[in-house]
Design a protein around this ligand. Sequence first.
Ligand code: OGA
Ligand code: MN
Length: 281
Amino acid sequence: MYGTRSLGASFGAEVLDFQLSGTPSEADIAAIRGLWAEHKLLLFRNQSFDEATLVGFSRQFGDLEIHVREEYLSPEHPEILYVSNIERDGRRIGILSDSEVGWHYDQIYLPKPAVGSLLMADTLPPEGGNTEFADMCAAWEALPEATREKLDGCLANQSYEAFNQAYSVPTNNKQKARSPDIHQPIARTHPVTGRKALYLCPGMTTEIVGWDADESAEMLAFLFDWTTKPEFVYSHAWQPGDALMWDNACTMHRRDPFDPAHARLMKRTTILPPAELAVPF
Ligand code: OGA
Ligand code: MN
C-alpha cells in the first residue's frame, strides 16, 4: 500500500509519502503495522507534527507506557518522554543529555516488555547524535547452533539501575521501586512475529541467571560483541522532520555523543504489547 525504500542495511525501511498527522485509516495503520513487523525499523521523513499527533498516532499501535522518569515527561502529554540536553529554569528537560548512550532495549526491565518506540526529531545539533540499531533476530539466527541450544530457555538479569549508573542520573527511591531488576528470557519469542530474538543488551543485562559468574561474563561479552557486528547494525543520521519507529522486541539501540554547545530535543512514545499478546514468551 505504501512504497518503501531500504535504509541501506539488512533491515529498516523508509516509508514513502506518509504523514503521521494525516488521520490514517484503519487500513493505513494495518499496512504500517505489517511494514513495522517486516522491517523492524521504519523511517518517516519530512513530518510536520505536534505532540498530540505523536500520541494519537502511537496509540493506534497499543497502549502507551508512562515512563518512570516523570521529571522528563512532556508537561502536556505524559505519554511523551523528552530525550534532551536542554535546560530550562535551571533543570534539564530531558533524559540522556549529550554523551554517548550505550546499547539498550527501551524498558527491558518491564514485566511485559514494550513492543515499540517512536522517536521524533524536534531539535537537532548540526552533527553527531546518530542513533544506531541492531537486528537481534538476525543476530540470534546467525549464532552457531550449539550456542543457541545452550542459551535457549536461559534467563538473564536486566537492571535499569546498571544503565543509569553508566549513562544517566540515578533514579529516586520511588522510581527504583517501580523499576527493580527482573529476569527475562535471553532468547525471546517475538509477541507478534513469533520469531526469536536475543533479548539482552550491554547497557542493562548483568548476568545469565544460575550460570557460574565467569562463564556468564564470558558469554555476555561474546554476545555483546556478536550482536553489534556491522552486518547487524544500522546507523541513523537524523534530518529535521524525521520520525523513527522501531520494534523494541527485536532491536536494541545506542546513540553517539554530540557537542554539548548545541541543543538536541527528541520526543518519544513507548508502545506496550496488546493485551491478547501480552504473554510474550
Ligand atoms: C530513546 C533513545 C536515543 C537518541 O529515545 O529511547 O535511546 O537518539 N534515544 O536520543
Ligand atoms: Mn532508548
